[in-house]
Ligand binder design. Sequence first.
Ligand code: FE2
Length: 367
Amino acid sequence: MSTDIKIRRIDHVRFFVGNARQSAYFYRNAFGFDVVAYAGLETKVRHEAGYVLRQGEITFVLASPLGKEHPDSQRLILHGDGVQDIALEVDDVEAAYQTAVSRGAAGVREPQILEDQFGVLRIATIRTYGDTLHSFVNRDNYHGVFAPGYLPIDPERYNPATFHPVGLAAIDHIVGNVEEGKMNEWVDFYKRVLGFEQLIHFDDKDISTEYSALMSKVVQNATGRIKFPLNEPARGRRRSQIEEYLQFYGGPGVQHIALLTGDIINTVSAMRKNDVSFLRVPRAYYDMLPERVGAIQEDIEALADLGILVDRDDEGYMLQIFTKPVCDRPTLFFEVIQRRGSRSFGKGNFKALFEAIEREQAVRGTL
Ligand code: FE2
């Protein structure tokens, strides 16, 4: 069948949060995003406030309800702040929605046309794991700043002198945590409903070790541009970080978003100056690094100072670092990643990382 859904890219990630106005300051001042558009009472939107943030090709939308009658207000009690929608730009919203629903996806919003003086935006929405959504978006005939209801941010709101991008360029991958025993179901969902393929690496084997206590598989779209790893808890020595997430998020959801940079040393230096908290591995990790990954272009001392991790596969290497959770609940966090040939996800770092996460869990009393 030639009915495959033509997905171009991740259009935006929508976060549903308790206080979008304050979250916008966090992502601007800590993560270096520009705040470009706003929706709310002043733009004649009565039910929610929304802020559109941009850096490189990344668009985040932060939304908060303006009253308890907002249809999503209960999700704040259940989940806390988190990712509500990974919106996908498609060639044809109507076809994408009808195809996905005919293949078994749950429809949440039928195809809609949103219109204002800047044109026509098409959107429809299906459900994926937990309360997480995929909207299909097409903005070919829309020329406004984001969507009807949104207007460019009032230039008096943010001082250009206090805006400092940190070099985040694109979304590399978005990871979902699902319940024990459900990973394969969701891998099948992405293959069957959205036409994704499962990514198998040369080194792909059971990664459940005594440390990791998780199972993970990766699906990607036809172009390889969109990658969604899916985790489920596995039985390990300790209570797994995935179980901790599921408990505090109140079910499956987005665990982390990996943001691509072309210069991880500069990006992480800037984010550390902005008081972003990252996980740290012991110094011994860097003593063993040359032997484990061979020659790399970066200065190992600089990586050790910043806490950046390195992993190599047969295509090259990659550098990565993980923030601590960005909410009070131990749920959503971010990864910063730079790729030098490698297309994998840092499996060689799992042991050191999981031990670092377990130290944090011990402090939280959730191990
Ligand atoms: Fe990742």
